[in-house]
Design a binder for this molecule. Sequence first.
Ligand code: ME8
Length: 524
Amino acid sequence: MEGLRLQSFVAFYITTPIYYVNDYPHIGHAYTTVVADVLRRYRQLFGEETLFLTGVDEHGQKVQAAAEKRGLPPQQHCDEMSQNFRDIWKELGVEPDRFIRTTDAFHKQGVQAALQQLWDAGEIYASEYEGWYAQADEIFYTEKDLVGGKAPTGAEVVRITEKNYFFRMSKYQERLIRHIQDNPEFIEPDFRRNEVLGFLKQPLNDLCISRPKSRLSWGIEIPFDRDYVTYVWFDALLNYATAVGYAQAEKAGEFEKFWNGNEACVYHLLGKDILTTHAVYWPTMLMALGLQLPRTLFAHGWWLTADNEKMSKSKGTVVRPLDVKNLVGVEPFRYFLLRDIRLGSDAQFSVPLVLTRVNSELANNLGNLLSRSLSLVGKYFDGKVPQPGDDPRTLDLARMAAATGSRVRDAVLSWEPQQALGHIIDLMTAANQYLADRAPWKQAKEDLPAAGETLYAALETLRIAGILLSPVMPQKAAELLKRVGWEKAVAYEDTLNWGGLEPGSPVVSGDPLFPRIELPEAQA
Ligand code: ME8
């Protein structure tokens, strides 16, 4: 209970990266965003105040080039593309509280306020710069960074000399190392923290935060030199703060609550590809601005192709989230994304893997338990929840069910949603086994109250599972709860005690909640 009380004081603010609008959202974007949506719904279920932010990164070379390719002015291109992201999140049942675009006026103003503050404080200086620039990465590399004449990412580089503005990032290196060492929850998982600490063994350079307009015009103007725009990463990282009121006088209270106060718990979820920018640029920017650092940066892994490769547009291996959603349904797809990968590790993505998971755990395990129980309750108990009982075997199942809520909660709070779902499925497996052992279809003919006890227990485990699954599959969970005769609003506390279902409440039968899905011919 101590944990529950502590957590409920926290203003849990979860963010996803803001995605580049140079292309349509793919499975990786959907992954981060669905996980964030689910984690926030769990925290809400546990009684915490939450705020969930996602959005789009609209400035910089990549986006300017994509707009040029379509023959559109960048703003029009961004208006259209950002709408695609919004639409897809809606289709995937993702409900962010806020959707930020870096072309939003309040964001631009916040970025300029930060730049001006750092310039006035001498944290930004002008210097002649010579280096290797990779357009694809939008990053400058030094000679020693190059691998075989190319960027470490494999991108082509060109030699560039120009005046630019620099943020004194190197000044904060020691303080950053200490912060990472003193706050183990700052970078998760552990092995990623060690990677960052390894990276910080090399001396940090100062960060070039400007681009001359002659080379790139699509960006936020530098307030103290109108010939320059802001480097896209400096602009983009600030979204997390501007979205909750940074540098907006009328939103000072909100900024205090979600970012800079004692109760704030800022949680950035991101892919491992962008950990360095988040773990090095961002905290040093915040230190220079005199702001609090986020509580946690969690770098999750990648979905790979069936051949264990990174999905690639040129090889045609990028998966479109809506294709999968249209095949299996939105909520089973969400379930798969949380269940088939350990947050932090890589995993393979393929349609057969989605079907295997959804069919075995949702259609066969949970779905069969539900349909068998409901049809027997219909047949022998007039469609009403029967009376409970206290056979030792029933009490074993009851104990397991009543412990599942806190197991799920512990797993979610330790960033193991895959395991949280595993606990729910273990409960379904145990309930199916219980049903098979007690065979209520036979009991009904010999001892009707014993059959009632068995079916009550089956419905009761389904009720608990329904509540605990609601953050992942809100609509299916609501339907499941209605079918087992549970009309109350979803509340975590109701999972902690056995015996919530009222005998006599009507159950509702219907089509299978999770029909089995077969692989379309073309993909078999
Ligand atoms: O990097 N598996 O945007 P982006 C899992 N605008 N997740 C994946 C993935 C995959 N195969 N591919 C992409 C940017 N992602 C910047 C971010 S934030 C201030 C600025 C997800 O459109 C993952 O979250 O390239 C990754 O970090 C993000 O998409 C990159 O999106």
